[in-house]
Design a protein around this ligand. Structure first.
Ligand SMILES: [Zn+2]
Length: 575
């Protein structure tokens, strides 16, 4: 740790001149180091360096890009470099299939979605139910991307300390590929989950901290925003830095280093910038894709071409979720720091909340945990009869349905119509979901809709009686989230705010600090994601048949892992 004065000098250099700005970035500034890659797996010298018998893959993961938006831009010729990579010309893509059916997981948010893509199983099985969630058997908060509090440390630890890798206890698509091909060479550039890869490439931590601060801290503090626009260059720097790292790692053509059989490249700027951009998420993402992502993809493609590594490589492009504009103010942001927030209601209803930070002292006593995630929030409850002032609560046990869960569901339900406990929360909730709790090691039940007076109704039946035309596959996707070995990670109560069911931003609410755009809901806008599969060796019809066969009748995000495995099973043809 540098001393105070030196620290402020460093901080001012990195994060601009204001002292208060520096105070806000204490947590990230401590992480300023220069490592930008790690070898995850050491290979014996006698082992073959790669596995060239199967067709290689470039997996492009774009964060926060709606299907319509991306496809429109490609059709309009606004992304010439990406078009080129997909061997297309104008509106014509003879070697690419554009899927129109893939839906994001629920919640439609980053950590749940990408973990689903990379493991091939839904959240009820892999357990990463959101950007933050509670692991009751370990009495621990997992927050790979904190929402209910501001701290970019865990997000950076994803790359420096395998934060997400350690949370996921099911095999990744990379591990499954390696089981079939022990010598496969896999590189992952900045994607959050990379167990089973050979090498992780990530941006300089200062650059990463910069981009996260721009989104997390600056915009959350409404007051400091006066006249200060979020700086798109900070996000661009992050993506450009990552592409440069991949280019560097690929090296010169005469180097002996083989090009990876599977290369995953993740671009985050689209999402980070869309959350905070004043011009709204659609304009922001269009401009970002055109001005920053497309040239970056061009640079990556040029490098791969230099190595003759695109000749028969599958290109698979997808995203994790869409975006929905919201109002950047305290009325619409149902954040934890506010008096009229869910924690205030829960406290008045007699529950004791876990403080909003990543780690709390072992002797901190709490019987309720709230995790936020844009359009949705999860609430975890203890069996309050197990709590003692000294020992806290026994979180190994599930809560009692009648004595612990229903009173809180009723408090939210009643407040939603009369606003008695938390006036500003009145009328903000679309659905209060709950179910009879099961011990954590057992399979969990699907959520039902709480309808007052201790009564619930099956979700499907409720949605039939109360149509939600903008929601899509709600029942099935919530089942993927809530039913399964790790289904309890979606909470004993799950709240869905009025957001994806509303036509205008003024009527949308979200569980987070003030932002300009969020996601997480079951709406089409948040859930319809792109999936493009291309290969110059196949025509679009052949690829379509192959993709359709794998996606089957339920085109969900977990199928992307199956698709990658299927594409990789294709033997290479000699020229
Ligand atoms: Zn996001």
């Amino acid at each position: 740790m540098p001393d105070r004065i030196a620290w402020f000098a460093t901080c001012a250099l990195l994060f601009g001149s204001s002292l208060t700005g520096c105070m806000a970035t204490v947590k990230t500034a401590q992480l300023v180091l220069t490592d930008t890659e790690r070898t995850i797996r050491e290979r014996d010298e006698d082992d073959p360096p790669n596995s060239p018998s199967q067709m290689p893959i470039l997996f492009l993961a774009f964060d926060g890009v709606n299907r319509d938006l991306l496809y429109e831009m490609l059709n309009e010729g606004q992304l010439p470099k990406l078009t080129d990579l997909l061997s297309g010309e104008g509106k014509n893509f003879p070697h690419a299939y554009f899927d129109e059916t893939l839906l994001s997981t629920m919640p439609s948010s980053t950590m749940a979605a990408w973990t689903t893509v990379i493991t091939g199983v839904p959240p009820g099985q892999h357990g990463v139910s959101g950007n933050e969630f509670f692991i009751r058997e370990e009495k621990r908060l997992a927050a790979p991307a904190p929402v209910s509090f501001i701290d970019s440390k865990p997000t950076i630890e994803i790359y420096t300390d395998e934060y997400l890798n350690k949370l996921v206890k099911v095999p990744t698509v990379y591990e499954k590929m390696r089981a079939r091909e022990p010598n496969i060479l896999i590189w992952v550039a900045i994607h959050q989950l990379y167990t089973g890869a050979d090498r992780l490439l990530f941006a300089t931590r200062t650059v990463m901290a910069h981009a996260l601060e721009e989104g997390l801290v600056k915009v959350a503090k409404t007051a400091t925003l006066q006249g200060e626009k979020p700086d798109r260059r900070k996000f661009a720097m992050l993506d450009n830095d990552v592409i440069a790292k991949v280019q560097d790692a690929l090296g010169d053509v005469d180097d002996d280093e083989p090009v990876p059989d599977v290369l995953t490249v993740y671009l985050t700027g689209t999402d980070l910038y869309a959350h905070v951009a004043e011009e709204g998420p659609d304009d922001a993402r269009r401009a970002y894709l055109r001005d920053i992502a497309d040239p970056a993809i061009g640079a990556l493609a040029a490098k791969l071409r230099e190595h003759d590594a695109l000749r028969d490589r599958w290109i698979v492009l997808t995203s994790d979720h869409g975006h929905t504009p919201v109002r950047h103010d305290e009325k619409h942001a149902l954040w934890t720091e506010d008096e009229n927030s869910p924690p205030a209601l829960m406290t008045k209803a007699g529950y004791h909340l876990r403080p909003f930070k990543e780690k709390v002292d072992a002797d901190t006593s709490f019987d309720a945990v709230l995790c936020e995630g844009g359009a949705v929030a999860f609430i975890y409850l203890a069996d309050r009869s197990s709590c003692s002032p000294k020992g806290g609560c026994d979180w190994q046990k599930p809560p009692r349905y009648e004595a612990d869960v229903l009173p809180l569901a009723e408090a939210f339900y009643k407040n939603n119509s009369d606003g008695e406990l938390a006036p500003r929360l009145k009328g903000t909730l679309d659905l209060i979901l709950t179910r009879r709790p099961k011990p954590h090691a057992e399979d969990d039940l699907p959520f039902e809709v709480y309808v007052g007076n201790g009564q619930t109704m099956p979700l499907g039946e409720y949605l039939q009686q109360h149509p939600h035309p903008t929601y899509i596959e709600t029942e099935a996707r919530l089942r993927d989230l809530a039913v399964g070995f790790r289904g309890e990670r979606a909470g004993d109560i799950m709240l869905i705010a009025h957001n994806g069911d509303r036509e205008i931003a003024d009527e949308r609410y979200y569980f987070a600090s003030p932002y300009r755009s969020w996601h997480g809901s079951p709406s089409k806008q948040d859930s319809e994601i792109p999936l493009i599969v291309a290969n110059p060796r196949f025509d679009a019809q052949q690829i379509r048949g192959r993709v359709k066969r794998v996606l089957g009748t339920t085109p969900r995000q977990q199928k992307v892992a199956d698709l990658l495995l299927d594409l990789r099973s294709q033997p290479r043809k000699s020229d």
